[in-house]
Design a binder for this molecule. Structure first.
Ligand SMILES: Cc1ncc(COP(=O)(O)O)c(C=O)c1O
Length: 493
């Protein structure tokens, strides 16, 4: 899609040879579009560029860092290699780029109508990932993961899903590469969002509300309470158990791990080029955090400019948002914890609320994970990220303002970021600052209309998770694994 015809580099317009597209700086255009050649050819891997070595995942049985071979029963070998790779740029296979062409490059929008409504001098941009067939950023990694598993002869992938965005993305991706797919969906979300489950079935996946009676761990909870609301931690345990107890089956994770976040950098790499085309550079890059994949996918390439190549024209600030009902970054404790409730995963270094955390049934299903990506947590610990938490009532108020100005109905997850962006734009109005704000509209909310209805009818609760519960959960972990505090890896961070 060529937006405007190429202009001379000497004109007041910016010219970009790589795309053959030019746009005036101050045009009235709402969108900046790249053509399909603008789909990145490499992902950006932040591991070699972190401010300190990433503390390793720990095998609780040996108390030693996990060895790649120990993960081979769970993940495709190439994904394990990427997980630990110190290469900065990893080529994107042509077969994966070919699938990306179905919806990538995604548009970068200027939120002019929102700016006008707020009467702010700030310039607000959003990268809209809701144009993918499943409606979010999640297929950026699902397609890559399905591809590598298919190449290694795997026949079926299992996974968990919260909001249903990830499950539907993996169902979509496995279908394209001829794999089967089994999804364990957190029961609270399964009940709130029946249409997501139907979408997964439309793409050929089998789906179970979790806790289910399909796995030993699920059954142990389901038999006590068939209406158990579930959690991502429980659903991960079920999907893992299913994968390791069946041949030719592997597990697939939609967030948290290094390779997953790296696959998401197509967003930030495209956004950088799109901003370059209009001679803009963000003062702020903001996104929501469930496990950290959409936000990292957008901000890592800008982190590279600011801290690695040091070519950024500004010292961009990175802002991460989350719910007060699941406040991992703002109230969590930085320690080693399990990634799932049945304690089947390695111990991961992260800000956590405790792996037995059962979230309040808020509508941002994708933001209810008890921990966050280790890379994100390290950057947060080192002061590179500014976190903010909001309750779901103020979040839906912001989402409604966005829907009524920009037209797109946002998913509840990125609406946490919209709340931040509106607050910041109003602050700019008071100070007169012309800040450039870029955020990630990582999904549309057309399967979340029940949540909007609950908001319109005043049924949403502004949940806050009590700090006392976090302390108790981590005390339980430390009484079980008292040696965690002796591990050397988090010291001196
Ligand atoms: C639309 C959307 N945004 C954000 C998230 C949170 O995950 P992550 O932090 O990995 O992007 C999810 C998770 O399901 C989601 O569906």
């Amino acid at each position: 899609m060529v937006l405007l015809k190429t202009m001379s580099a000497k004109s007041k317009y910016t010219h970009h040879q790589h795309s053959g597209i030019a746009m005036p700086n101050n045009s009235n255009n709402r969108k900046v579009l790249l053509d399909e050649d603008g789909i990145p050819k490499e992902w950006y891997n932040i591991l070699p560029d972190l401010p300190a070595p990433l503390p390793p995942p720990i095998n609780p049985a040996t108390r030693e860092p996990v060895k790649p071979q120990e993960l081979e029963r769970v993940f495709a070998k190439e994904l394990i290699r990427q997980e630990m790779s110190q290469e900065r740029w990893i080529p994107i296979p042509e077969e994966v780029r070919e699938v990306y062409r179905l919806w990538r490059p995604t548009p970068l929008y200027r939120a002019r109508r929102l700016e006008q409504y707020l009467k702010t001098p700030a310039r607000i941009y959003y990268k809209f990932e809701g144009v993918s067939p499943p409606g979010s950023h999640k297929p950026n990694t699902a397609v890559a993961q399905a591809y590598y598993n298919m190449k290694e002869g795997i026949e079926r992938l299992t996974t968990e899903t919260g909001a249903g965005q990830w499950g539907s993305s993996l169902a979509f991706a496995t279908m394209l590469f001829g794999l089967k797919c089994t999804v364990y969906m957190v029961r609270a979300s399964y009940n709130q969002k029946p249409y997501r489950a139907i979408l997964m079935r439309a793409w050929g996946a089998e789906i179970y509300p979790s806790p289910s009676n399909k796995t030993n761990f699920g059954r142990s909870l389901y038999e006590k309470d068939p209406n158990h609301p579930g959690s991502l931690g429980i659903a991960i345990s079920e999907a893992l158990e299913d994968a390791v107890t069946h041949d030719n089956t592997r597990y697939s994770l939609g967030s948290v791990l290094n390779h997953v976040l790296m696959h998401q950098t197509v967003q930030g790499l495209e956004a950088k080029r799109q901003m370059e085309m209009i001679d803009e550079y963000p003062d702020i890059v903001a996104g929501c955090v469930g496990g950290g994949s959409s936000f990292s996918g957008l901000f890592w390439p800008f982190y590279y400019d600011v801290y690695v190549s040091k070519k950024a024209p500004k010292k961009t600030k990175f802002v991460a948002t989350e719910p007060t009902a699941c406040p991992t970054m703002t109230k969590g404790i930085y320690t080693y914890d399990f990634g799932d409730t049945a304690k089947m995963t390695p111990l991961l270094p992260m800000y956590t609320l405790g792996s037995d955390f059962i979230p309040a049934p808020i509508h941002a299903g994708g933001l209810r994970y008890h921990g966050d990506a280790p890379t994100l947590c390290l950057l947060l610990k080192k002061g590179y990220i500014e976190p903010h938490a909001y309750n779901q009532v103020e979040v839906f108020e912001a989402a409604s303002i966005f829907a009524r100005t920009e037209g797109i109905v946002p998913a509840p997850e990125p609406s946490h970021t919209i709340k931040y962006v509106i607050d910041e734009a109003l602050r700019c109005k008071r100070t007169g600052e012309e800040k450039v704000i870029l955020f990630n509209l990582c999904g549309h909310g057309y399967f979340d209309l029940q949540a909007y209805l609950d908001y319109f009818e005043g049924r949403l609760q502004p949940f806050e998770y009590p700090e006392e519960e976090i302390r108790k959960s981590l005390e339980r972990l430390k009484s079980e694994l008292p040696w965690i505090d002796q591990l050397p890896y988090l010291k001196n961070l």
